[in-house]
Ligand binder design. Structure first.
Ligand code: NAI
Ligand code: MG
Length: 351
């Protein structure tokens, strides 16, 4: 493996910079201990940056980001009620532009109920699954439009785009992951009884790819039923593969049942490695608690672990995972801690 990694850091808005600071400290510590060099380049982007400069993601910045091995991302966005920023601007022109331009077709969202974490579920069982959400297609591509806006005759469309190529590559990735787990189980989630065009493409693709993975058990759920089972029997899931929109919604539910958004990490991954992958907590910029050191940096720290894993350092990722697990296990005896106290505690748990 390479003896150094080159990481772009986009702290973003709100709690983004607070949680990313802790993730960087943990990343730096495990890398130092292993003799792995880390080069960090910070990029200032986000809602605040747009307010001061009018820039979302200039082409030169995107080109510069492409040169790094990976991107560590905090969160972007203003308070939902902030009228100074048009709704959707930062999401479409920064976040989605990054995911689409860098071809992040695997949106990886692990969900694990760590020992010691209270779940809102009475009897969750052993919850440890990964959602492989398609990241570049579906209804998020901006294929739509509005006519007669603001009138009683307004027409709005938002067309879900599903290509054979796009569905195949993400389904194959999910099968490969399922083949490597102990349970070797893949659940694919759609709504092919109603969304017959996209749904049948997904269905045929899963059936075709399944033939190459006889060791993987395949299970299908309509998305509405999947929300039931995520609450009544989340332990049944191992690897879930689903489209962009369903995956977005299911992973917020998954975060909620596994102890909250402060623990949920994610990777926006380009498995072909033709561009850097991006790792970020699932949560947003949390304007309600920003600047107060109240944010839990664990999701950002676990995102840094996913980054190390992707760059070929699974042992360093596992070391962070164990430290987080240890820190979490002791949390119930502790009072509230600041963002940086949690970061320091995770670092202390590394040794
Ligand atoms: P949010 O995830 O920022 O906050 C939802 C709730 O969870 C808030 O009460 C917040 O205080 C709490 N929370 C979030 N992260 C936390 C953490 N690490 N520790 C403790 N509590 C935490 O979602 P919201 O309020 O819908 O969005 C705020 C802004 O973030 C919006 O501008 C939104 O567009 C943006 N956003 C950005 C994302 C990204 O950058 N990938 C993802 C989701 C939202
Ligand atoms: Mg979401």
């Amino acid at each position: 493996m390479s003896s150094s990694i080159d990481v772009a850091v986009i702290p973003g808005d709100g709690i983004g910079p607070e949680v990313v600071a802790e993730a960087v400290k943990v990343l730096q510590k495990v890398a130092d201990d292993a003799g792995l060099g880390v080069s960090l380049t910070e990029y200032t982007l986000g809602a605040e940056h747009w307010l001061t400069t009018g820039e979302t993601l200039p082409d030169e910045t995107l080109a510069a980001l492409r040169q790094h091995d990976a991107i560590l991302f905090g969160a972007v966005g203003a308070a939902p009620g902030d009228t100074r920023i048009p709704s959707g601007l930062i999401e479409r022109e920064l976040l989605l532009k990054l995911r689409f331009s860098l071809d992040h077709y695997v949106n990886l969202r692990p969900s694990k109920l760590y020992p010691g974490v209270p779940s809102p579920l009475a009897a969750p069982g052993v919850v440890d699954f990964v959602v492989v959400r398609e990241g570049t297609e579906g209804p998020y591509v901006g294929n739509g439009g509005a006519l007669r806006t603001g009138t009683d005759q307004e027409i709005a469309t938002e067309v879900s785009v599903n290509t054979a190529f796009g569905v195949q590559r993400v389904v194959k990735d999910a099968f490969r992951r399922a083949a490597q787990t102990e349970r070797k189980k893949l659940s694919y989630v759609h709504k092919h009884n109603v969304l017959v065009h996209a749904g049948h493409l997904w269905k045929r693709t899963v059936e075709a790819v399944a033939a190459d993975f006889p060791e993987v058990t395949v299970d299908y759920l309509h998305v509405d039923a999947a929300t039931i089972f995520l609450v009544t029997d989340p332990a049944r899931f191992d690897i879930i593969v689903t489209d962009n929109l369903f995956g977005d919604i299911l992973t917020d539910l998954a975060a909620a049942i596994t102890g909250g958004i402060g623990l949920a990490a994610s990777g926006n991954i380009n498995m072909d490695r033709s561009a850097p992958s991006m790792f970020e907590p699932v949560h947003g910029s949390a304007p309600d608690i920003a600047g107060q050191q109240k944010a839990d940096p664990t999701a950002a720290v676990l995102s840094a672990a996913l980054l190390l894993d992707h760059l070929g350092h699974p042992e360093l990722a596992a070391r962070i995972g164990r430290a987080v697990e240890q820190d979490i296990a002791g949390r119930s005896e502790l009072g509230p801690r600041t963002t940086s106290q949690i970061g320091e505690a995770i670092i202390a748990a590394l040794s």
